[in-house]
Design a protein around this ligand. Structure first.
Ligand SMILES: [Ca+2]
Length: 236
């Protein structure tokens, strides 16, 4: 990916955070607009998706899922000077009983939880393990203007830095895929740490639909992920 810039990599407490290299919002926005309008390029929407996009454009106000407004929020990153209110992504704690994520290419569930148990459940004991080339797709969750950022925890399983690609998938009514857009590369260190905040660009609801999902794909090394959260920009 070109035109990438380094995001924040250091928490206020001094502990290193997994680095996320993010494409500039202007570049990503341009890519999404071009792909959605023309159906070309890496984020191209197939014909069926373009049809769904057209439907979303004409009925987006009615289509927005009203259940999104009643989600429970917490402040899982408060220890890292981030007091935003977040919503847990479905299945994002990667406990074995929850199978809502699709595991592909050798992705597995590992016996290793982020040590802070930010979900509030001290029995959580598992995370997502992605060896090189493996990936995992989340289910769709609330997107739109109220969910502009996401954040999660990551570490390298082998001690040396490992990298993974973070892709967002925008969906409309009926979970039709409208477009997929690479948001950046996460570089994970040997210790668990929250990633830097990543924009989902879901504020452009007319383009990006009413819900979104993410795909994590390991590029180098084996990466562990845990506790995926979306920031609805509601402040207590
Ligand atoms: Ca977990």
């Amino acid at each position: 990916m070109s035109n990438l810039s380094a995001a924040d990599t250091q928490s206020s407490s001094g502990s290193p955070q997994p680095q996320v290299l993010m494409a500039s919002p202007r570049l990503l926005l341009s890519t999404a607009l071009v792909a959605a309008a023309a159906g070309t390029g890496p984020a191209a929407a197939p014909a069926a998706a373009r049809s769904a996009l057209s439907a979303a454009r004409t009925s987006v106000a009615a289509a927005y899922d009203s259940s999104c407004s009643s989600e429970n929020t917490t402040q899982p990153f408060a220890a890292w000077a981030d007091r935003a209110d977040y919503v847990a992504a479905p299945g994002g704690s990667f406990e074995p009983a929850d199978t809502r994520w699709s595991l592909l290419g050798g992705a597995t569930i590992a016996d290793d939880n982020e040590p802070w148990h930010v979900s509030g459940d001290d029995t959580d004991a598992s995370s997502l393990a992605l060896r090189p080339g493996a990936s995992a797709n989340s289910p769709s969750f609330c997107g739109g203007a109220d969910h502009p950022t996401l954040r999660l925890f990551a570490r390298s399983a082998n001690g040396s830095p490992a990298t993974a690609l973070l892709t967002v998938r925008y969906t409309g009514p009926g979970d039709h895929l409208l477009a997929a857009l690479p948001l950046g590369v996460i570089t994970a260190g040997k210790s668990w740490a929250p990633t830097s905040t990543t924009l989902t660009l879901s504020g452009l609801r007319l383009v990006t639909g009413t819900k979104l999902g993410i795909t994590l794909t390991s590029l180098t090394g084996t990466v562990l992920f845990d506790d995926v959260y979306v920031d609805p920009y509601r402040r207590s």
